[in-house]
Design a protein around this ligand. Structure first.
Ligand SMILES: [Zn+2]
Length: 116
């Protein structure tokens, strides 16, 4: 994988991450802000660490995806991005283009879905 390709995937991952987080802050300002009251020591937390409340307010799908995106962003800094976590084979580029946070190749994903 070239540096340029990695850069592209990284941008897509960061965009997707922003999408989820932005969606959540909209939701938060609508419903949760009034209840919290205690606002001290917010705002100075590292962007990559989420508060418990934040994670709890995510749906399961969003939470799973956000975790997967973070994992992929970690992998992209090393050399194992695009390598299947189960079988160690390269994940097809087509698949990575659609789901850049995918940790498994399509074969392993299918196996998992079948319950093996
Ligand atoms: Zn695999």
């Amino acid at each position: 994988m070239t540096k340029q390709e990695k850069e592209n995937y990284k941008n897509r991952l960061n965009e997707k991450k922003k999408e989820i987080v932005a969606h959540l802050s909209e939701f938060k300002s609508d419903s949760l802000e009034i209840e919290t009251g205690d606002v001290q020591d917010t705002g100075d937390k590292a962007e990559s660490s989420y508060t418990k409340e934040f994670l709890l307010s995510l749906s399961d799908t969003q939470r799973t995806r956000l975790t997967a995106i973070d994992e992929a962003l970690k992998r992209i800094e090393g050399d194992d991005f695009g390598i299947c976590e189960d079988c160690g084979k390269k994940i097809a580029k087509k698949r990575l283009t659609v789901i850049p946070w995918a940790p498994h190749c399509i074969e392993c994903q299918k196996k998992e879905e079948r319950g093996f």
